[in-house]
Write a protein that binds this ligand. Sequence first.
Ligand code: ATP
Length: 441
Amino acid sequence: MLLHIGLDDTDSPSGGCTTYIAARLVERLLALGGRFIDYPNLLRLNPNVPWKTRGNGAICLRLDIDPRNEVQVKRVVIELVEAYSEFDCANTNPGAVFLVGDVPDSLIKFSKRVVTSVVSLEDAFRLIDETGAFALGYKNMRGIIGSLAAVGGLRHGDHTFEFLAYRELESCGTLRVVDADSVRMMDEETRGSTFNNLDPETGRVLIAPHGPDPVLFGVRGESPEAVYRAGLMVSSESIERWTIFRTNQGTDAHLQIHDCLSELEPYSPATVHGEVVEVPQTIQGGHVVFSLEDDTAVIDCAAYEPSGSFRDTVRSLIPGDEVTVSGGVRGNPVGWRLTLNLEKLEVRELTRDVRLVNPVCPNCEGGMESMGRGKGFRCRRCGFRDGELEKRRIEMERTLTSGLYLPPPRAQRHLTKPLQRYGKEKHGPIERGIVELWHWP
Ligand code: ATP
C-alpha cells in the first residue's frame, strides 16, 4: 500500500532538524521493506509565519509498504520523532500525519495555502477528518499543519533537489569543517545545474549553516544526479549520513500574484505591481524604504541592510517608476500602511527624470537664485536681475535599467527563485522514479 508520512516542527533554535529525522527514517523504513516512490520531500512553508524556528521546512516520505507492516512503520516513525524532537523548547510542537493512497486535490490546495498564507489548526483538523488521514500532534499540535501540508505538497510543477549531509552526533555544536576550495571547485564544475553555493559579492560559502543543528552542508540543484555529483565533490569533516531531498526551494512557490495593493495581507508573501511615489530613503541601520501606490492603496517597500548592493538599485528609483515587487508582508502595519520586505524588484517602466533648476545668469553664467514666487531671478555672482526669468527643465540620465533585480544569494530566502533558475522551471506532473544513489547509508 502507498503511504505518505508528513513530519514537522521537531526542532528548536538549540538543535534538531526535521530533515535529519527523515534521513534516519529512510534507513529504518528501508529495513522494514519499504519501497520509496519519491525522494523525501522537503516542503518550505510560508517564510513569514511568526512561529517558525528557522527555514519553516516540513517533510513528506512517500513509500510502498506491505500492509502487514503498517503498525510497525507507524511505530518506527513515532519512535524517531519522540527520540529526536526538541520537546523542551516552548516553540516546538511536533506533528506527524499518515495518509494511505492517492493524495486528494483538497490536500494539494491546503498545501498551497500553507506555503502562501497563514492557516488555522482547525482547518487542518477538518481536512484530516475529510481525507481519512491519521494525525499525531504533540503539545499545542501546531506541527500537524506543516505535516499535512507536506503530504499535499510537491505534486506537480517546479521543484529542485538538495543533497543534505549530516554531521556525526559528537560534532554537533562545534565549528563545521567544510573545505571552501572544494566548494569553489564544485561550484565551477556544476555551474548551471546547482545554485547558491557561494555568494559572488563576498565569496562566502553558503552551503553550510552556522547553528547547532546536525546539517553539515546542503547542495541545491536542478536534478538528483547534479546534486549527488556536487555533494560528493565537497571535502569536509566526517559525514554521518546524506540524503537527497526533492524540494520547492528556489521556485518562488510562496509568492502569490495580486492584482492590486489593497489585496495584500500581513504575513502573506506576494507579488504586486505599483508606482513609486516617494524618493527612497535610507533609514537607521542602512535599510532602504520607499512608498508604492496604485488606485487602491499605498504600501512601504523595504530593502534590508543584509541585501547589500540590492539597496543601491532600490535607491535609484524615483517617483513615477513602475515596478513589480515581491516579498513578505510584515505583520505589524505602521498605521494602516503595510510594509513589504523586498525579495525581488522588477523595474517595468522607467519614468523620465526631469528636474526644474534655477536658470544660469545670461550675463556672467553664474548661479542664480529666486527673488520670490513669480518674481524672477537674481545672479549670486554679478547681481544681474531679471523678473521674467523662470526655472529651466533639465533631463537627467537614468542609471537604472528595466529588468529583474534580486538581493545577493547570501540574503535570499530558501524559496526565492535565483536568477540562474529562470528558464529552468519544471512543468507538469512529477515523473515517478528515483535514482539508485539517493541516500547513504
Ligand atoms: P525547519 O524544520 O526548517 O527548521 P522551522 O523549524 O523553521 O522549520 P518549525 O519549527 O517547523 O519551523 O515551526 C513552524 C510551525 O508553524 C509548524 O508547527 C508548522 O506547522 C506551522 N506553520 C508553518 N506554516 C504555517 C502556515 N502557513 N500557517 C500556519 N502555521 C504554519
